[in-house]
Design a protein around this ligand. Structure first.
Ligand code: URP
Ligand code: ZN
Ligand code: ZN
Ligand code: ZN
Length: 472
């Protein structure tokens, strides 16, 4: 049956206007004033905005990490995402040295199948770039539709890849039409600083931040940007946490390097002092890169406002405080890195960004949805409200005031990193391909309803322009 959403205000990355939206077979078929409602289910969105469903380009669901496995899997994680207004996620598929890429992708399909309640895609981690991997890559990109590759420059002896691997990945991505993503921190320097700190008896959570100073993030960001320029490739820097790293991206952009920057809600509203909370509570705020001194927040907001940073990922990577984060009691280096954010990403940007006048409402849509859809080969199916696009829509009440809490959230973890934070605005209902996943704040979706998204190549227009001039 057709659905018509009436009385809402549509907001896209470009425009804000009053119109009805008619949906059939999962896609938007009509947008206009006073659309006839005969034979359609009418949904009243009076007083609400209609935003395109959020696209969260950075999640870790059901991921083994730090001696444990993230608490939220593809079921609890995507339900929480939907409550928060996100209708598409792109999760990181981890790979292993010596094993085929295909075997890792199969593992990630097995984790997500019959579980996800919203649509999802994968990024593919690259830990080594040898002839076997090179031979397999075209298939991953063209047949599996996995058009982004992730390289970790940190987490020594675990995920970290060397510069040769990064450089070869950049070249392969350029030639095959994939976007390279980096976790930019200098893992070797961090490894030294961590060992030194522990030797000196400095074991509390705050030393996680003190052994990963902004310089190690900025250095790796600058290095990755330089290598990208050299390879004439393309780069997306995940979870930019500080002013120094954001400046490296801006500087490379000013030189014409094809580089993009993502930040996360935690870096916009929390700061390094949270790691000093007593009774080991600081462990709840252990991310890599770490939370920074508060003054960095203004620089990150400014980056989003001026377009030097373009997207907001949740970096959802949740661990219980009791039983998981406490693996690092007495040794901060054993605290599993990451936190539960998937549910609050959109609301925090609306409340702290739009309501507080830091960004426009159209920028908010761009940052939470449109830009990621474009960069990761999903636009215009995802990331906008337009005729022919998937009917992934948030009906968002901009006036509700509420307090974020673990008690009220839908993630599987025992704490919320934003506990007690007041936000204005909330998704009331959320549709994925025309079906309600959240209706009047109740979950009505179905595990397994989410579809795997084969994504288009990175800016498919780009390769042919350059082919003739490149020699490596
Ligand atoms: O601390 C973090 N960011 N955990 C998730 C893994 C990663 O580095 O993105
Ligand atoms: Zn309403
Ligand atoms: Zn990372
Ligand atoms: Zn991450």
């Amino acid at each position: 049956m057709k659905k018509i959403i009436k009385n809402g205000t549509i907001v896209t990355a470009a425009d804000t206007f009053r119109a009805d939206v008619c949906i059939e077979n999962g896609v938007v078929i009509q947008i206009g004033a006073n659309l006839p409602a005969v034979g359609a289910e009418v949904i009243d969105a009076k007083g609400c905005y209609l935003f395109p469903g959020g696209v969260d380009p950075h999640t870790h669901l059901d991921m083994p990490f730090g001696g444990t496995v993230t608490k939220d899997d593809f079921e609890t994680g995507t339900i929480a995402a939907a409550f928060g207004g996100t209708t598409t996620i792109i999760d990181f598929c981890l790979t292993t040295k010596g094993k085929t890429l295909k075997s890792s992708v199969d593992t990630w399909h097995a984790k997500s199948k019959d579980k996800a309640v919203i649509d999802y895609g994968f990024h593919l981690q690259i830990v080594e770039m040898n002839n076997e991997k090179l031979a397999e890559l075209p298939k991953m990109i063209e047949e599996e539709g996995i058009t982004s590759l992730k390289v970790f420059m940190a987490y020594k002896n675990q995920f970290q890849a060397d510069d040769e691997t990064l450089f070869k990945t950049l070249i392969a991505a350029r030639d095959l039409g994939a976007l390279v993503m980096v976790h930019a921190e200098n893992g070797d320097v961090i490894d030294y600083l961590v060992k030194k700190s522990l030797e000196d008896g400095n074991t509390d959570p705050i030393y996680h931040a003190l052994t990963r100073p902004p310089e190690v993030e900025a250095e790796a960001t600058g290095r990755a940007a330089t290598l990208t320029g050299l390879a004439k490739s393309q780069l997306y820097v995940v979870h930019v946490s500080c002013a120094e790293a954001a400046r490296k991206i801006a500087e490379a952009r000013s030189k014409g390097v094809d580089i993009w920057g993502e930040t996360c809600p935690q870096y916009l509203v929390l700061d390094q002092s949270y790691l000093e909370k007593p009774n080991f509570e600081g462990a709840k705020y252990v991310w890599s890169p770490p939370l920074r001194e508060k003054w960095n927040q203004a620089e990150l907001w400014n980056g989003l406002k001026t377009g030097q940073l373009q997207t907001l990922g949740s970096d959802q990577c949740s661990f219980d405080f009791v039983g998981q984060k406490d693996l690092g009691k007495g040794d901060f280096s054993k605290i599993p890195n990451g936190g539960p954010i998937i549910e609050d990403r959109v609301s925090i940007l609306f409340s702290e960004g739009v309501k507080k006048g830091r960004i426009s409402i159209n920028q908010f849509v761009d940052i939470t949805s449109t830009k990621a859809a474009k960069l990761f080969g999903l636009y215009p199916k995802k990331g906008t409200i337009a005729i022919g696009a998937d009917a992934d829509i948030i009906i968002f009440d901009p006036t509700v005031e509420r307090v974020i809490s673990a008690e009220a959230h839908h993630m599987a973890v025992d704490y919320n990193a934003f506990e007690g934070m007041k936000v204005t605005g909330e998704p009331v209902s959320v549709l994925s391909r025309g079906e309600f996943v959240i209706r009047e704040k109740q979950f009505v979706g179905k595990p397994g309803a989410g579809q795997f998204l084969k994504r288009a190549k990175y800016r498919s227009d780009k390769k042919s322009e350059q082919e003739s001039t490149l020699t490596f």
